[in-house]
Write a protein that binds this ligand. Structure first.
Ligand code: GAR
Length: 195
């Protein structure tokens, strides 16, 4: 039951998943996959001693070939769960078909509000009083799969993007590892009801 994290960015969620997995989960995170050679997540992987692989989509003929290359590494490492943590790409049929209801994502809003990029900025610009964080199963859409858990974050009148980002990330770093722990240990169902 090995676990891989996919990340494109700074990797703060990746790091919180690795740390919590080592302390609490039945299995630690054992692999990082990134689509960006300059992703901060890669430096964190090196520091944390987690094997990491970079796959750049432009090196492949199409998305299926790109995902097939990733799949080969996942299978070599006997990966059963994929945790997207700031992986800014849609998952295609190759990976979805090989990992039915075994791919999760974290998103920095209360979905279905503010899907896609810059969700914290979108929430602030809209003027909502509450935003938050969502953990969900991944399907073929962007931030659209069945929701597993959510946590609200209050937007104060004087909130700045920086301060709101900090509060949202603090909640992310707790909610994601806690939700995965519950899934892996059978405390909550490990697939959407009826699937
Ligand atoms: C996180 O806030 C994550 O929720 C978001 O990217 C950030 C990555 O930060 N993901 C999305 O917006 C997905 N649509 P990190 O690299 O520091 O973990």
């Amino acid at each position: 039951m090995s676990i891989a994290v996919f990340a494109s960015g700074s990797g703060s969620n990746f790091e919180s998943l690795v740390e919590r997995s080592r302390k609490q989960w039945p299995r630690p995170v054992s692999l990082l996959i990134s689509d960006k050679p300059q992703a901060g997540a890669l430096e964190r992987a090196e520091r944390l001693g987690v094997p990491a692989f970079v796959f750049q989509p432009k090196s492949y003929e199409n998305k299926a070939a790109y995902e097939q290359a990733i799949l080969a590494v996942l299978q070599e490492h006997e990966i059963e769960w994929i945790l997207l943590a700031g992986y800014m790409r849609l998952i295609g049929p190759t990976l979805l078909g090989s990992y039915p209801w075994r791919i999760l994502n974290i998103h920095p809003s209360l979905l279905p509000a503010f899907q896609g990029k810059d969700a914290v900025e979108q929430a602030l610009a809209y003027g909502v009083r509450w935003t938050g964080v969502t953990v969900h199963w991944v399907d073929e859409g962007m931030d659209t799969g069945p929701i597993i858990d959510q946590k609200p974050v209050l937007v104060e009148p004087e909130e700045t993007l920086e301060s709101l980002m900090k509060k949202v990330q603090f909640v992310e770093h707790n909610l994601y590892p806690a939700t995965v722990y519950k899934l892996l240990t059978g405390k909550i169902p490990d697939r959407p009801s009826g699937r």
